[in-house]
Ligand binder design. Structure first.
Ligand code: GLV
Ligand code: MN
Ligand code: MN
Length: 422
C-alpha cells in the first residue's frame, strides 16, 4: 500500500498556501484579460513569459530543469533513488481562460516540492513537476499534445508539423519562443503521476463536497467540418436556390444538441467555433468551417455518436446541395485511472478532514496521457458555479489550500507505491 511508514512521520506537514496563492496571482499577471482571467495560447509570447517565470522558480528550488523536443518542461528534485513521482499540468490557456486551469496544478506541485525541501524531508525517490505543452489544444490540435508526445503517443516530427489555427507551425513557434529543447521525448518515465486540478464543472459544489478523487476521464472526439456551398447575392438569390454553408452549420449545431439530449447520461456535444467566408452581411457564404467537440465516458456511445453525426452530414450535404468534408482534430478513448492512486487520494483527503467523492472528469487532462505509462490519478477541487474556460473561473482559497495539501501528501505517499513490475 502506498500509505507507508515514511509519510507517517510527516502527517502534520502543510504547504505554504500564501506563497502558492501569490505565485498563482503572479503568473496571472502575465497576459491578463478583463474579468481576472488570462489569454495564454500555447507557444505565443505570453506562453513564453509564463514558461520563463516557472523555469526561474524551478531554478530557485535547485530543480534539474529540462526542456524536451516538444517544449515540455520537467523540473526534478533529485533526492532518493529511481524514477520520480511526478505531478504537474499546463500553463497554456484557452483564449478566454481563467487563472486556475492547469496553473494551479503546476504551482501546487512546485509548492509541494518546496515544502518538502524546507521541512528537510528526504523522500525515497525524486519528486518532479511537469509543465506540458499545449494541453488546451485551442491553438494546436490535438489537446494534451505535449503529454501525448511525452508518453510516446505521437511522434515528435508529427507534433512539430502541426499547424495552428493562425497558420503557424508548432515546431517553428517552439523555436521562436526558445523552447525547442534538447531533451528526448518520450521523456523520463515517472514512478507515478498525480495531477491536481480545479473540477471545471458543477458536481462538487452541488454536492457540497470539497475533494474529487478522479476515477476516469471521458473520451474526446474533435473534428473540423468544412461545408462548401454556393456564394451568392443575399438580396437576389431565392431561398429555394440556395446552397448555404451558414445554414448547414446551424443545422449541424442543432443536430448535435438534439443528439446529446437524445443520448442523455454523460453525452456532451459542443460547436465552439464557426468561421464563415467571406463573412459579410449581404453575401450567402461560400464556406463554413466549424468544430465539433463530442465527449462521453462510454466509448461505445461515443462511437455511436460519431456514426450518427457522419450519417447526418451525408444527409444534409445531399439535401442542401453542399460539399462536406471532415478532418479529425483529436480522438482519445475514455481513460480509467489506477485504483491505487485513486484510493490514495481518497484516503489522504479523508485523513485531512475533507469530504470526498469519487468522480469522472469531464475535461481532458495531461494525467490521462501519463496514465498510459505509469500509475496515475487526479485530485479535483470545486469550481464556483462550475464555471471554467472563462475568466470568471474561481475556486475558494480554502479549497485551493486543501487540494494542495492532499497533493503534497499524495506525492509523498506515491514514493512508496510498489512497482507492479518488481
Ligand atoms: C481541456 O481543457 C479540455 O478541453 O477538456
Ligand atoms: Mn486544464
Ligand atoms: Mn482547459
Amino acid at each position: 500500500m502506498p500509505l507507508g511508514n515514511f509519510r507517517n512521520n510527516y502527517l502534520a506537514l502543510k504547504v505554504n498556501f500564501a506563497r502558492l496563492n501569490q505565485r498563482i496571482n503572479t503568473l496571472a499577471e502575465i497576459s491578463p484579460i478583463d474579468g481576472g482571467g488570462n489569454c495564454r495560447l500555447a507557444l505565443t509570447d505570453e506562453d513564453k513569459y509564463g514558461r520563463d517565470l516557472l523555469v526561474s522558480w524551478m531554478r530557485e528550488l535547485d530543480l534539474e530543469v529540462s526542456v524536451d523536443t516538444v517544449g515540455n518542461i520537467i523540473g526534478v528534485w533529485n533526492v532518493g533513488n529511481g524514477a520520480p513521482v511526478m505531478s504537474g499540468s499546463h500553463i497554456d490557456t484557452v483564449r478566454t481562460g481563467g487563472r486556475f486551469d492547469g496553473c494551479y496544478g503546476v504551482l501546487a506541485a512546485l509548492e509541494a516540492i518546496q515544502t518538502c525541501q524546507e521541512a528537510k524531508i528526504a523522500p525515497p525517490r525524486p519528486l518532479a513537476v511537469g509543465i506540458f505543452t499545449d494541453e488546451e489544444g485551442s491553438r494546436f490540435a490535438p489537446d494534451m499534445l505535449g503529454s501525448l508526445v511525452y508518453v510516446g503517443g505521437m511522434a515528435v516530427e508529427q507534433a512539430l508539423d502541426v499547424v495552428a489555427i493562425d497558420g503557424a507551425r508548432l515546431g517553428d513557434e517552439l523555436a521562436r519562443i526558445g523552447y525547442a529543447g534538447p531533451a528526448p521525448c518520450p521523456g523520463l518515465l515517472p514512478h507515478a503521476f498525480v495531477e491536481l486540478h480545479i473540477e471545471q464543472g458543477p458536481m462538487l459544489e452541488a454536492n457540497d463536497i470539497r475533494i474529487g478523487a478522479v476515477t476516469s476521464v471521458q473520451g474526446i472526439s474533435w473534428q473540423e467540418v468544412t461545408v462548401l456551398g454556393q456564394s451568392n447575392h443575399a438580396g437576389t438569390t431565392p431561398m429555394s436556390l440556395r446552397h448555404d454553408p451558414a445554414y448547414v452549420a446551424a443545422e449541424i449545431t442543432v443536430f448535435l444538441r438534439n443528439l446529446a439530449r437524445e443520448f442523455g447520461g454523460d453525452q456532451v456535444c459542443t460547436v465552439g467555433k464557426i468561421d464563415l467566408h467571406p463573412n459579410l452581411t449581404n453575401v450567402v457564404p461560400a464556406k463554413a468551417t466549424l468544430t465539433l467537440d463530442v465527449r462521453n465516458t462510454d466509448e461505445t456511445l461515443l462511437k455511436l455518436a460519431e456514426t450518427k453525426i457522419a450519417e447526418f452530414l451525408r444527409q444534409i450535404a445531399t439535401s442542401e446541395g453542399v460539399k462536406i468534408s471532415t478532418r479529425e482534430l483529436s480522438r482519445f478513448e475514455p481513460v480509467i485511472f489506477d485504483d491505487r492512486v485513486i484510493d490514495c487520494v481518497e484516503s489522504i483527503a479523508k485523513q485531512q478532514g475533507n469530504t470526498v467523492q469519487r468522480m469522472p472528469s469531464g475535461a481532458g487532462h495531461d494525467a490521462q496521457m501519463l496514465a498510459r505509462v505509469c500509475p496515475s490519478g487526479m485530485i479535483f477541487v470545486p469550481s464556483v458555479k462550475g464555471i471554467s474556460h472563462n475568466p470568471a473561473e474561481f475556486t475558494h482559497d480554502a479549497d485551493l489550500e486543501a487540494g494542495a495539501n492532499i497533493l503534497l501528501h499524495t506525492m509523498l505517499a506515491l514514493t512508496t507505491l510498489e512497482s507492479q513490475d518488481q
